[in-house]
Design a protein around this ligand. Structure first.
Ligand code: 5CA
Ligand code: ZN
Length: 409
């Protein structure tokens, strides 16, 4: 699949910082040392509805990860998937009486537009589940040959007990795992499974549903976790730097994915850090396509809201926090954008070097965007109150805000 166009990332004077970030698997901060090419996999959308602010907040977090790395002059290999065949997509297509392929294409196209408007850096490889099927089938066959997968009425399940490291991403107890598995696409109550948590690797063709040739697996379609594993291993290999997504993906998705990959390769861990963004809520509940309490990025754009203000609304919250979207959040962001734009519109101003370092320090410290915004606020307030004589300082601020925060002033 094609991704979306990249916005330019200006180079900044001085030195970038190594990123320290919270890793769910170790439960603490880790300083990543990616080498010249940093590798990141971020779980993509299931395209049955438009991009909402919760999605945008999560993609914003991983965009910042890349901007910190780019500032250290590293290259970034960024891979993202599109879950373009899965139960929720098929169910929505059926409900609305539309073709599931057309629905997925339409919503993926809108997602690209939203990401472009928000200045999110595009992945180098943007891969759909459907196009990944030829790579998924041999992985499931290998898991079965290794005794890590078994058949139940034609469906093929992964045996979580085959991975000695199972549980080391999310650290949940069995009861919590069972509950979340039922909520998030699993089928812990299906009779005949070896372990209730075992996730499906390959689902045998169901009448009226799309299916593909699975070689020795028979016709069917892939399970959710193996989709991301196949794409990540194909384009990044084992031991990549960051596996990213919202906190609702820690279990079962990232736990199961890590186990699949670890059993397949015999290597541990799949990723050096499992990074999870908090959940954005609306009216007291997590924004979710299934509940319908959504604020769409595309609707805000249609309402004439500047995408840079949307981005500032996201950046005003720490990526790990759960937060509630209200009209005030957007109003504050619009006001901040106006103040910043006014402050950089003059040829001179207060010195900017220290501000660039403050933004760098804040982001390198577990992506502390709110602290970075506060630093820019102080510079903008000083500019407004008494100005300054440094020629070119506003340009430096503008480039730093663009390069490190993805906000075009
Ligand atoms: N296709 C799978 C991942 S392989 C999926 O979870 N798709 S999704 O469309 O449901 O979500 C896309 C990303 O947005 C995921 O990282 C998810 O954790 C994140 N996300 C979903 N809802 C919210 C929310 N309310 N707040 C923050 N992030 C969210
Ligand atoms: Zn995923």
């Amino acid at each position: 699949m094609h991704a979306w166009p990249a916005s330019e990332v200006p180079a900044l004077p001085g030195q970038g910082r190594d990123l320290r970030i919270h890793d769910t698997a170790t439960g603490g901060l880790v300083t990543l040392d990616p080498g010249p090419v940093a590798r990141i996999y971020v779980c993509g959308i299931t395209p049955y509805d438009a991009t909402h602010l919760g999605h945008a907040a999560t993609y914003n977090a991983f965009d910042l990860v890349q901007r910190v790395w780019l500032d250290t002059k590293r290259q970034v290999h960024y891979v993202q998937n599109v879950t373009d065949v899965d139960d929720p997509l098929l169910e929505r297509a059926e409900r609305d009486n539309v073709d599931w392929v057309a629905l997925a294409e339409k919503e993926t196209a809108l997602f690209r537009e939203d990401m472009t408007a928000l200045r999110m850096l595009p992945p180098r490889h943007y891969i759909g589940a459907v196009e990944a099927i030829p790579g998924i089938v041999p992985l499931v066959e290998r898991l079965r040959e290794a005794g890590a997968a078994y058949e139940l009425d034609g469906d093929i399940y992964f045996s979580v007990e085959s991975d000695p490291h199972f549980g080391q991403v999310s650290h949940l107890d069995a009861a919590a795992m069972r509950l979340l598995s039922a909520e998030r696409g699993g089928d812990p109550d299906r009779p005949g499974k070896k372990n209730p948590l075992d996730p499906m690797l390959w689902m045998a063709a169901r009448p009226g549903e799309p299916s593909w040739d699975g070689g020795s697996l028979g016709r069917g379609r892939p399970g959710w976790h193996i989709e991301c594993v196949a794409i990540a291993l194909d384009h990044l290999g084992m031991g990549f730097d960051v596996q990213g997504g919202g906190s609702d993906l820690a279990f079962p998705h990232h736990e199961m994915g890590a186990s699949h990959a670890q059993v397949l390769t015999g290597e541990f861990p799949m990723a050096k850090a499992y990074v999870h963004a908090g959940m954005v809520a609306l009216h007291g509940e997590k924004m979710s396509k299934s509940k319908g309490n959504l604020v769409f990025v595309s609707q805000l754009r249609r309402d004439g809201v500047d995408p840079a203000a949307v981005r500032l609304a996201l950046l005003a919250h720490h990526y790990r926090a759960d937060w509630e979207y209200t009209d005030d959040v957007l109003r504050d962001a619009v006001a901040r954008l106006d103040r910043w734009r006014a402050a950089v519109s003059r040829p001179d101003g207060p010195p900017a070097e220290a501000l660039v370092e403050e933004i760098r320090d804040a982001l390198a410290n577990d992506l502390d965007a709110p602290t970075a915004l506060a630093a820019v606020d102080r510079w903008a307030a000083a500019q407004q109150e008494h100005g300054g004589t440094d020629i070119g300082a506003p340009g430096v601020v503008s480039r730093a805000v663009d390069a490190l925060l993805g906000v075009a002033l």
